[in-house]
Design a protein around this ligand. Structure first.
Ligand code: ADP
Ligand code: MG
Length: 290
């Protein structure tokens, strides 16, 4: 009995060192999470008016994730409401960073980012997220019908839902799929169909700016092209599309092409202008298309 009782004491005590080590390993992570949550919470700010155009402007924006290493250097850009922009450039050139800054993910930039003339740091984050929508490579799909995946279980007028699904090119998918469930994380849908759901969500939400970060990177060329064309066909919404697919017949449809290099805007212009210039974009484009 004595030995048995001792075991009750010794065994839990022997697990203490391991628990301490685990705690120590997790502590930096927990601290980082706490810092980030604190930074994001409690930001009040002025709300953006819903349903109005969003005019975005960057003025000499410099930003780095770590001190002394700038991911964006002196970037000045204006995104005119309703226009389409392609952002191209080598990996690590700062394309994702640009989108993250526009989404208000970081406050520690220098220069100014203005949203309808208001400094982004002073804009209420919730009202910003209602107006700006980011489509990434991974789209989260619930195991439910396509329709409910688009509405995200909220109530919208039927006409609005139909309209969003039509613009996103989802109607043929619904016709083929019907009311069937999409499977765990959408495994009964193709990559292109998942992306279309993300686009429809954004349209239904009434976002005025759609940001896409290599959204079609995981798709085959033909599907990627069709998704890109659906994006280009949207009206009344600013589209900022980061892409490494420089396809003929698609690139020339963007209003402006922004070429990033080493965190800077290296070239900007329409397809024709950039091709005529025979600079960086010309080199990337001719390399991609033989
Ligand atoms: P792109 O999207 O054009 O490939 P990114 O904007 O992701 O490039 O990255 C720009 C630079 O910033 C790169 O040098 C990258 O290593 C760095 N970077 C990106 N994200 C982070 C991060 N979360 N922490 C630190 N450095 C980062
Ligand atoms: Mg990126």
């Amino acid at each position: 009995v004595m030995v048995n009782l001792c075991n009750y004491l010794v065994e839990p005590m022997s697990s203490i060192p391991q628990m301490l080590a685990e705690r120590k390993a997790a502590k930096t992570l927990i601290d980082k999470l706490a810092r980030d949550t604190e930074e994001n919470a409690g930001r009040e700010g002025e709300p953006l008016p819903a349903g109005k155009e969003v005019d975005l402007e960057l003025n000499h924006v410099t930003f780095g994730y770590t001190a002394g290493q700038n991911a964006l250097k002196d970037v000045s850009l204006r995104f005119v409401p309703g226009k389409s922009y392609a952002v191209v450039g080598a990996s690590g050139s700062g394309k994702s960073t640009l989108l993250n800054l526009l989404m208000g993910s970081y406050d520690s930039y220098s220069g100014a980012i203005c949203c309808n003339g208001k400094e982004l740091r002073k804009v209420n984050p919730d009202s910003l997220y209602a107006q700006m929508s980011l489509v990434g490579q991974q789209v989260f799909i619930f195991d439910d019908t396509i329709r409910r995946n688009v509405t995200m279980f909220r109530d919208f007028p039927e006409e609005q839902v139909q309209n969003a699904m039509e613009q996103a090119g989802l109607l043929p998918v619904v016709a083929a799929h019907g009311e069937a469930f999409c499977g765990e994380n959408g495994n009964r849908l193709s990559g292109g169909e998942r992306q279309r759901i993300a686009i429809a969500r954004c349209l239904l939400q009434g976002a005025k700016v759609l940001l896409a970060d290599e959204a079609t990177a995981a798709l085959d060329a033909e599907t990627a092209r069709r998704v890109a064309e659906s994006l280009l066909a949207l009206e009344g919404i600013t589209r900022i599309v980061v892409t490494h697919r420089l396809e003929p017949g698609v690139m020339n449809q963007y209003d402006q092409i922004i070429v990033m290099k080493n965190g800077m805007v290296y070239e900007i212009g329409s397809f024709e202008q950039l091709m005529e210039r025979k600079g960086q974009f010309y080199a990337l484009y001719t390399m991609a298309n033989g």
